[in-house]
Design a protein around this ligand. Sequence first.
Ligand code: SAH
Length: 214
Amino acid sequence: MKDTFKHRGKRNHLVEVIQQKGIEDKRVLEAISKIPRHLFMDSSFEDHAYQDKAFPIAANQTISQPYTVARQSELLEIQADEKVLEIGTGSGYQTAVLIELGCKVYTIERQHELFKKTKLFLPKLGYRPKRFIYGDGYKGLPEEAPFDKIIVTAGAPFIPKDLMAQLKVGGLLVIPVGEKQQTMVRLERVSDKEFKKENFGAFRFVPLLENKNH
Ligand code: SAH
């Protein structure tokens, strides 16, 4: 698990690339500049780790494109110590960005293989989510609700009602919605019963699937 001068140089270049694509939040850019993305991927992809692209990880899933991770993180407007629910732990890269932003992360993954792997791996880099859950993110995590922020990192065919119900008033839910291609949607819970919806353009994610998978 090495992070060399060369890796850091490539990472600084990646930060410039995503900045040019429109990422403005300095704290998000700083998080990306710190996290050794190459260690979250299979070593055969190591040379490509600092390209602004998604790559395959275990269980037919992907590590999201850095621009996408940065955009979702920026849209969440994270403040220190907030309680954040993440659906789709995957490689744990987005989880690490959230932890760098200073929040308490509760993260759920439905692929058992990825859940096991990432649960062991993240603490080795010093990243410790509050809770790692193997489960179905459509249901959220009712026993820890309400959350200040909720992020979904897989394409959802619709916005799960349970996730809306687990958001604090004033809280934000950032979720890519759609089947083949997704629109990045941000919901703000403005009162107990009312949500404000904003759209932030087209993205492509692996699908949010129901139930757990062994
Ligand atoms: N943020 C991750 C993205 C991984 S891809 C990263 O950058 O590495 C999306 C992840 O969502 C996959 O790991 C997939 O298994 C997971 N996923 C899909 N449906 C889910 C569900 N219902 N509950 C929890 N995780 C789910």
